[in-house]
Design a protein around this ligand. Sequence first.
Ligand code: ZN
Length: 74
Amino acid sequence: MTDKTADDLAAKRARWISAGWKPTKASNPNFKCRQCQSDDILFELSKSSDGAYDDYHYHCFGCDRDWWVESSDY
Ligand SMILES: [Zn+2]
């Protein structure tokens, strides 16, 4: 990975964080991507349109993967 790429990644992460995403590391240091084992992951809480449940939306900066976890059970 070149420094340029690292800078781009840092800039991208900063943009996402300013848009309301949070690093999983802050609240869950052991959280890792199942695909690439990176812990460089951001998440946001997104409500369904009717507000009946929340979904956690995760994005891994290691492999650029998105996934959702329903939190309707709590
Ligand atoms: Zn990953």
